[in-house]
Design a binder for this molecule. Sequence first.
Ligand SMILES: Nc1ncnc2c1ncn2[C@@H]1O[C@H](COP(=O)(O)OP(=O)(O)OP(=O)(O)O)[C@@H](O)[C@H]1O
Length: 250
Amino acid sequence: MKLKINNVNKIFNNDNKHHHVLKDISMDIEKGQFVSILGPSGCGKTTLLTIVAGFQSCDSGEIIVNSKMVSKPGPDRAFVFQNYALFPWMNVGDNIRYPMKQQKIPKGQREKRLNELLEMAQLTGKDKLYPHQISGGMKQRCAVVRALACSPEVLLMDEPLGAIDFQMRQNLQEELENLWLKDKTTVLMVTHDVDEAVYLSDRVIVMGTDKGKILEDMYIDIDRPRNRDSKSYLEYKMKLTDVLKKCNNK
Ligand SMILES: Nc1ncnc2c1ncn2[C@@H]1O[C@H](COP(=O)(O)OP(=O)(O)OP(=O)(O)O)[C@@H](O)[C@H]1O
């Protein structure tokens, strides 16, 4: 088992009121699995992801990566934010080098990995460009390969394509899938987009607003690359949309 989320509880205290956002949330994610979390706004998706990342702690429960309990950020988990969070003062190459320098990876090895990653992201020859000089899609690919630079055990992504318009988004989903197929890193991704979840995921988990309760845990059993018009693809989308509609109506 690669990633284990065990009975996680999170309570926020706002204006002297307890807000129990996550109650006894558990899930086991297998090595190499691509898992998406869907759910209505405010149900606790980002909170759960940031607890797994170690950016904040839970009130009780545990996060286990490769049989080791984790409670703070570490190189075993990488995070991709919606706004990419590239360093604007560093060019593409230096952005991707940054985590490798932090991990003190020797220069020769670092440059070899950089070239691999640039190729993987179709950014070869773009390493001297700065974030403001590249498109949203290129920024997103740069952010994903930067996260993969030190070969994390788990890649955490919070709406990584949230800022991208619809048409570009489908292309990027295909690119994201290709990147993942090359590395097969375990992925936990938050998204609002049912189509994106069905296209990319081995498994989709739907959280509800009642303390993040897991309402659905669905395996997407369709060969890749997936045909968005196929009957089974549309059936999965319909089933997930129904679950989401029910929790929005509560
Ligand atoms: N640091 C915080 N302090 C207090 N309350 C918080 C904090 N972070 C999140 N919350 C509350 O916890 C709940 C869950 O927030 P979270 O961002 O995890 O939801 P989400 O499912 O990711 O929402 P969205 O889909 O809109 O991004 C919300 O009610 C939010 O207001």
